[in-house]
Design a binder for this molecule. Structure first.
Ligand code: GRF
Length: 207
């Protein structure tokens, strides 16, 4: 059997997407494993969860480094040590810098709780409600130097209901996030994703 894809998850908070990736990775037929978790906030519940699952978990506080470059150097050392193939940002609240992007081109994914390019940035669910959108959802995309601007891999839509508030809409979107992210990671490690300019082509067959 081929070796499984090696994933690092970066998070800053609750970590429910991390948990959904982790659970998927344990299923029969999964083609990836979560080898490391990197977190920038000491109190993030996601960090505790990683430790509970026995996954190597690293707290890397930005303030302990003299520059973004130093911070990323430390990250890259960790990623090399774990021979990481793909980084999954899952509620990671920092911008990914140049050195990491250069080192992992089209190998950093992010999940966003809206149908991009609509409602990029913070509080996407509130933005959708405030705008009066009738549908929203989630997007898994490759990360580039912008905020939520990279090539789109998968999207899943949900209806916005009349009585929705930020919490109910977020909950409905989150359910779809937990499906979309593992699917995108599996597609990646099946060799089925090809990035052509802004487009991510998904081939029918595994490579
Ligand atoms: C999710 O809504 C994700 O789309 C966004 O941040 C949130 C993280 O949630 N980028 P969790 O920490 O995975 O529960």
């Amino acid at each position: 059997m081929n070796e499984k894809g090696r994933v690092a998850v970066f998070l800053s908070g609750r970590g429910s997407n991390f948990v959904s990736l982790y659970r998927d990775s344990l299923k029969t037929g999964a083609n990836f494993r979560i080898e490391a978790v990197v977190c920038d906030r000491k109190k993030a519940p996601g960090l505790k969860k990683a430790k509970r699952f026995g996954i190597p978990a690293y707290l890397l506080s930005h303030c302990e480094f003299s520059s973004q470059a130093e911070y990323e150097k430390k990250m890259i050392d960790l990623l090399k040590q774990h021979r990481i193939d793909l980084i999954c940002l899952a509620g990671y609240m920092r911008i990914v810098g140049e050195s990491l992007l250069r080192r992992y081109p089209n190998r950093i994914m992010n999940i966003h709780p809206a149908l991009l390019p609509a409602f990029a940035g913070l509080h996407a669910q509130k933005q959708a409600l405030d705008h009066g959108a009738k549908a929203s959802g989630c997007t898994v995309h490759f990360t580039d130097a912008g905020t939520d601007t990279g090539p789109i891999i998968l999207q899943r839509a949900v209806a916005v209901r009349e009585g929705d508030d930020e919490e109910t809409l977020s909950r409905r979107i989150l359910k779809q996030e937990h499906r979309a992210y593992p699917s995108a990671v599996r597609l990646f490690f099946s060799g089925r994703l090809t990035v052509v300019g802004r487009r991510v082509l998904i081939s029918e067959n595994e490579k």
